[in-house]
Ligand binder design. Structure first.
Ligand code: ANZ
Ligand code: ZN
Length: 810
């Protein structure tokens, strides 16, 4: 295979970009446009998933610049997290050193791919000049009661006596010692994301540049339910049970109640109910973490009063009722809820159908009927349909003070406490007198101590006395620092704000700059972040807005979720041993080839099957382009101008000219339509084929070739820039505006001819303009529709008016 000198070319342009600061943008721009790729965790080497993600982003950034926008395109490092700590334990290297080393190496790799980043804005979340702002934001949220501490369940290894992160629990066993992990309650910190649940849902409507798939996933994650909260008095004690239901229309069918084992009234209900022993046996089983089924539960001996008909119904404790949702108690309607049906069948509880479909119900019920319908067995509410009944029943009880309409969300508050070293210390000091005291602003950042022992005990900070022991900022007494660090999703919830003013020492970001550049116009990353990262960032943005630090409602206007890179049909991953090393490929074929293949092999949103022969195909293509310029340098050399109509004498040149305009049109449309680089590249390849057929001597050739370079530039920037030098173009492709096309010139020069039989229009014919008489006559007579009239006989006469009509007289 012949080789164009990619190595030399790529190095040359990368140097040129660096020296000329080509991709640095000012704080204020006339046409600001923000292109952002999800920043990487610095694990050590980039993988093909990164290459794909960043190539897509880079091509978008380069395209937008050519449209005349000033593009902010930054890169940084999501550099806190567990692997650094593991490396420290396994290899006796400090997490910070390990991390900074990795960043060093990966930065070199990214530079080799020619990505157009403004490297001045690089952000590292593990450095105090970044994470101090996590602390500041945390404290501001704490002031507004949007951060709080509460009990939380953690994974606990009794052997190592330590809290484990979810990733450190493998099949319920501790990753280090293989002992059984248990759940343990302890204090932890939360962000009150639920405060924003309705806004997070409603504002999804603003995000019309997001994939509908992601919108759907967020809707499900937020999980809005509308219904009612209804109160059931308990017989014999002065308590009532509150439930949340989405189906108040089924209230007459509620034949028992069930509460979660963690419900606050469990003891009150059990005591004096007559089933104390059974209840406690059941609670112990549940607490012991035994697997439970939907049917597992126990009768408390107590009854509640159904507020709609005064009937007494038994109260059970059942493990299928979740403590964290609604009120932790339910009204159970076995006839119309599957879990309730199972439970009631097992425990011999009444099953009373109260909702019926049009065609009636088959009784006895074989399964729950869960759809809506008409009410039956519901006293004066019988005959109403579900929707209306739900409303009327709730309103009726509302007047009695026994119900109210309610909306519930599945979303929970965000637990941000991690018992790890390599994260942002939570800036709180615990004092026996004063309780949890915020670290004063002037004492920020609370820095991670460097000299700590990386032993197997996970909570390293807690073991570091110099860190833990301090003074209470309020009373001066001896006090202890919080030793939890923040979830690393906190770091990634606002890094895109930091990029706009990365050196600001007064604030996390400059509000004017953020208002100028945000929302991010094109955010590119994996679909695996559809819920957590993208939801947390949206929460942060709204909370920061309400703190008065920025103006917009949403951080990311446009979102592109790229597909995975597969090898042999499976996701490339170290654990599967099917990785291809990007460096090796760049070494062999050059960065432009890797970029070209990555964008050509699949639309950005779809999975991409890695295939070295495809990569070689891309390489051959670049070599063909290169050879074409070398072979035809004289003809192709610039300055180039679009040929005038007069210069386009032969049909082939006209065709090449037309096709070039069509290609500009099609490529532009492909990029405007969700960045379909693959079809854009295919269109350029086709144009090049035509150009080769027509030959470099055509008066349209130099211009047509320059257009191909112009269109391919966002994809293979080193190559196209080099050609612009080789061929002496007036400006490099990089500096030229995106080419324009004319509707006129792109239009195929064809016209429609009317074909008549005895003066009546019977058919139409599309032919090139100025099609000769004899050919027109021939083709008209050959038309099937016309032959039906002539019945194979020779017509009497054929009248031909070129460019207008053919009249066949029979
Ligand atoms: C009576 C009823 C009748 C219900 C019926 C459903 C069908 P979503 O839609 O997910 O919000 N529920 C309420 N709190 C619960 C908890 N803590 N644990 C388990 N289940 C709980 O679900 C709301 C429905 O889930 C509620 O409506 C309640 O059962 C149950 F034919 O109330 B329903
Ligand atoms: Zn104190």
């Amino acid at each position: 295979m012949s080789k164009y000198p990619f190595d030399e070319i790529e190095k040359k342009w990368q140097k040129n970009w660096q020296e000329n600061r080509t991709y640095q943008v000012d704080q204020v721009a006339k046409n600001p446009h923000y292109v952002l790729e999800m920043f990487p965790y610095p694990s050590g080497r980039i993988h093909m998933g990164h290459v794909r993600n960043y190539t897509i982003g880079d091509a978008i950034a380069r395209y937008k610049r050519r449209l005349g926008q000033e593009v902010l395109h930054p890169m940084g490092w999501d550099s806190f997290g567990l692997p650094a700590e593991n490396a420290a334990i396994e290899r006796d290297i400090h997490p910070r050193d390990w991390t900074l080393n990795n960043i060093e190496e990966m930065r070199v790799e990214l530079k080799r791919l020619g990505f157009s980043y403004d490297w001045r804005r690089e952000v590292m979340t593990c450095e105090p000049d970044y994470y101090r702002w996590n602390q500041k934001i945390f404290l501001e949220l704490y002031k507004k009661d949007l951060a709080y501490s509460d009990m939380t369940v953690v994974n606990w290894c009794p052997e190592c006596e330590t809290v484990l992160a979810n990733e450190q629990v493998h099949d319920d066993l501790c990753w280090r010692c293989d002992s059984e992990v248990v759940e343990k309650e302890q204090q932890g910190w939360f962000f009150r994301t639920t405060e924003y649940a309705s806004q997070l849902l409603d504002d999804l409507k603003q995000l019309d540049d997001w994939p509908s798939e992601v919108i759907q996933m967020q809707e499900n994650w937020l999980g809005r339910s509308t219904g009612a909260r209804i109160e059931f008095p308990v017989v014999g004690i002065d308590e009532a049970l509150e439930v949340f239901t989405t189906r108040p229309d089924t209230l007459y069918g509620a034949t028992y109640m069930a509460i979660s084992p963690g419900h606050q009234l469990v003891e009150d209900l059990a005591n004096g109910g007559g089933f104390e022993a059974e209840v406690h046996e059941f609670l112990e089983e549940v607490a012991g973490g035994e697997e439970t089924e939907t049917v597992d539960g126990v009768f408390t001996g107590r009854y509640a009063i159904n507020p709609i008909n005064g009937k007494e119904i038994p109260i059970y404790i059942a493990d299928y009722v979740l403590m964290e949702y609604g009120t932790g108690a339910i009204m159970a309607v076995p006839a119309h809820d599957e879990r309730d049906f199972k439970f009631a069948s097992h425990h011999g509880i009444d099953i009373i159908p109260v909702i019926s479909p049009e065609q009636g119900l088959e009784e006895p019920l074989q399964e729950a009927y869960t759809d809506e319908g008409k009410l039956i067995n519901s006293e004066e509410h019988s005959g109403l349909n579900s929707g209306q009944a739900a409303r009327e029943i709730t309103e009726f009880l509302e007047k009695e003070g026994r119900a109210r309409f309610e909306v519930n969300y599945r979303l929970r508050d965000w637990g941000i406490s991690r018992q790890r070293y390599w994260g942002t210390p939570i800036p709180i000091i615990h004092c026996e007198q004063c309780g949890a005291v915020p670290v004063p602003d002037e004492d920020l950042p609370v820095e991670l101590p460097r000299d700590v022992k990386f032993t197997s005990s996970a909570n390293i900070l807690a073991g570091c006395e110099e860190f833990v022991n301090t003074e209470c900022p309020e009373c001066g007494a001896e006090a202890k620092r919080e030793t939890d660090t923040m979830d690393t999703f906190v770091d990634s919830s606002w890094y895109y704000d930091r990029y706009v003013s990365p050196d600001n020492e007064e604030k996390p970001f400059d509000p004017d700059a953020v208002n100028h550049w945000l929302p991010v116009d094109n955010y590119i990353g994996g679909i695996e972040h559809a819920c957590m990262h993208l939801l947390y960032a949206r929460f942060f943005h709204k909370a920061l807005r309400d703190l008065g630090w920025l103006d917009s409602d949403e951080p990311f206007k446009g979102l592109l979720t790229q597909g995975m890179v597969l090898l042999g049909g499976e996701k490339m991953s170290k654990s599967k041993g099917n990785v291809v090393d990007p460096d090796e490929m760049i070494e062999k074929y050059g960065a432009d080839t890797v970029r070209l293949f990555t964008l050509f092999a699949a639309p950005p949103q779809k999975d991409l099957e890695w295939d070295e022969s495809g990569l070689q195909g891309a390489f051959r293509y670049l070599n063909r382009l290169w050879k074409f310029t070398q072979d035809n340098k004289e003809q192709l050399t610039g300055p180039v101008e679009e040929p005038t109509a007069d210069q386009l004498k032969d049909e082939q040149s006209k065709e090449l000219h037309r096709k070039t305009h069509q290609t500009i049109r099609d490529v532009t449309a492909d990029l405007e339509d969700d960045f379909q680089f693959n079809t854009a590249i295919a269109a350029c390849m086709e144009l090049f084929n035509t150009l080769q057929d027509v030959g470099a001597a055509s008066p349209a050739a130099p211009w047509s070739f320059s257009i191909i370079m112009n269109l391919l530039f966002p994809i293979i920037p080193h190559f196209c820039n080099e050609i612009s030098v080789e061929l002496n173009y007036e400006k490099s492709t990089e500096q030229q505006p995106w080419p324009e096309w004319s509707v006129e010139a792109a239009r195929k020069d064809e016209i429609e001819i009317v074909v008549q039989v005895n003066g009546k229009v019977r058919a139409r014919l599309t032919v090139p303009r100025d099609y000769p008489r004899d050919k027109l006559e021939q083709e008209a007579l050959r038309l099937e529709k016309i032959q039906n009239y002539t019945e194979g006989k020779d017509p009497k006469k054929v009248i031909v008016i070129p460019n207008r009509l053919v009249n066949v007289v029979v």
